[in-house]
Design a protein around this ligand. Structure first.
Ligand code: GDG
Length: 473
């Protein structure tokens, strides 16, 4: 939970702060604090008022944090949902912690709920929260939004508890995904694995429940981001960068240092660009911001080493006394400076191997000067590619192909840049963060959930269907 009065770094935090500031309500979740094992205070509820938003937070014990957050959420669900079975670690203790913490959250939340409250659950850390709430007698309307991709059936099926996870989605009235591709994966999974019936109007019946499922691509607050671009810090940054790179072409990448973002592949494509198109030597400069993320996890430490080695070797091989091809920063940049940086870049490289949506792509478009806009090179595997087909779409695994497209972006004539930018801006405006919030909440309000909510309580699966690593073998 982030304080909506403060500006936050993550895309999810920004979108939720916006949603809550508009409607008021309660933001419930983990405080971000870890209390020592055995210390009192574990699971204690803290409430705090932030404008019209109540923040209600729970601390976690070290053991729960490690098993629930680092373990099941980020060492199982994050890699598998991003199609990285090779990185998933199905350790037995993780699932127990994941269930325990979701149950703890449900217990704490139950005491705070009013009968007409609408509950909107966010993301992969909380998939079973609604089914825990239903088991405790909660009849409120509950919606769920998955910010990351949902993989195809046979990838999902690698998770020992996949059946239990997907069944838990049916405790909601509405389940939202980022893209049509994710929705299709959901629909195929439930029909193939759970014998679900598609009832029409995006409704599915399985496990004795009916759920509505839809694609609700998340957006940004375009006006707010443009105001940030025009503000003093944004403009200062823009002018400084323009001056510094007046004789060069600036390329930009901004993301958390995460293996889903395709950073090593991007560095290799940039190296190929320098090899194949030597006119870029002493000219093209890639600023890569890789903000620190989940640093206490092994896969992230490996990625950090790989990036340092790649950037070092590219700079060592191609750099000159007065020019370095890559400026790699493993640091967070203040949000107020980001738009100026976006605006100064001729090309943005947004090339994840898999991404639920990707808000950086949308921020880059919003920050451009429409008379002289930069070019967006976007991975076809980002959810955003479904909406932003006027970007230059690439397959980030194809190192040579991506290098060619980057060259095309660097060479693109003004007229084409303007035409593409106009279409992209139209798209991100039409489906901005306000549209996202409203369309999800309207769909949730419109779900005909009476048959479900009239049931006195959501029946817990019998013990033999109940999932634990033990009975899943
Ligand atoms: C998840 C899904 C989905 C990045 N570095 C810095 C910084 N950022 C900001 C960006 C942007 C946000 O963080 C990143 O959002 P993304 O959407 O690109 O990616 P995830 O963090 O992986 O978000 C994603 C999203 O949830 C929302 O549903 O789109 O697919 O993976 O706003 O600007 N901000 C600052 N300094 C940095 O160094 N201030």
């Amino acid at each position: 939970v982030a304080d909506p009065r403060k500006t936050a770094a993550g895309g999810l935090a920004v979108a939720l702060a916006d949603a809550l500031n508009t409607t008021g309500g309660m933001w419930f979740g983990w405080s971000g604090n870890i209390v020592k094992d055995g210390a009192t205070g574990e699971g204690e509820l803290h409430t705090q008022q932030a404008g019209n938003v109540t923040l209600a937070t729970v601390d976690l014990s070290q053991e729960d944090h490690d098993g629930y957050y680092l373990g099941y959420s980020n060492d199982v669900l994050w890699p598998v949902f991003h199609y990285r079975l090779d990185l998933a670690r199905f350790d037995a203790g993780h699932i127990d912690a994941y269930r325990r913490v979701n149950r703890l959250f449900a217990r704490k939340l139950m005491g705070l709920l009013k009968p007409d409250d609408i509950i909107w659950v966010h993301d992969y850390h909380l998939i079973p929260l609604a089914s825990e709430l239903r088991a405790m007698g909660c009849n409120n309307r509950i919606g769920f939004f998955l910010h990351i991709p949902l993989p195809p059936q046979l990838v999902l099926a690698a998770i020992p508890q996949h059946e239990w996870l997907m069944r838990a989605l049916f405790a909601h009235d509405l389940v939202g995904f980022q893209s049509e591709a994710d929705l299709l994966h959901f629909s195929r999974y439930v029909q193939a694995e759970a014998n679900a019936t598609a009832l029409g109007n995006d409704r599915f019946r399985a496990y004795n429940r009916t759920v509505r499922a839809g694609a609700f691509p998340i957006g940004i607050d375009v006006d707010e981001f443009q105001a940030l671009t025009r503000a003093k810090d944004g403009m200062d940054m823009y002018h400084r960068m323009k001056e510094e790179y007046s004789r060069r072409k600036l390329l930009l990448g901004v993301e958390r240092l995460d293996y889903s973002k395709g950073l090593p592949q991007r560095m290799r494509s940039f190296r190929t660009l320098l090899q194949k198109y030597p006119e870029n030597l002493n000219s093209a400069t890639l600023i890569q911001i890789a903000s620190p993320s989940r640093e206490d996890m092994g896969a992230y430490a490996d990625l950090l080493r790989e990036m340092e080695s790649l950037c070092g070797s590219i700079n060592g091989n191609y750099g000159e006394l007065d020019w370095m091809p890559i400026r790699y920063m493993h640091r967070n940049v203040a949000r107020k400076r980001l738009p100026g940086l976006y605006r100064a870049a001729r090309v943005a490289l947004v090339t994840p191997l898999r991404d639920g949506m990707n808000l950086v792509a949308k921020e880059f478009i919003a920050a451009q000067d429409e008379n002289d806009p930069g070019v967006l090179v976007l991975s076809r595997f980002a959810g955003a590619a479904e909406q932003l087909e006027h970007a230059l779409l690439v397959n980030p695994y194809d190192i040579d192909g991506t290098a060619e497209v980057i060259q095309q972006a660097l060479q693109m004539p003004l007229e084409e840049r303007q035409a593409r930018h106009e279409k992209l801006l139209y798209r991100i405006r039409r489906h901005d963060v306000h549209w996202w919030r409203k369309s999800f909440l309207d769909a949730l309000a419109g779900t005909d959930s009476t048959d479900q909510r009239n049931q006195v309580s959501w029946r817990k699966p019998p013990r033999n269907e109940d999932v634990s690593p033990v009975n899943q073998g």
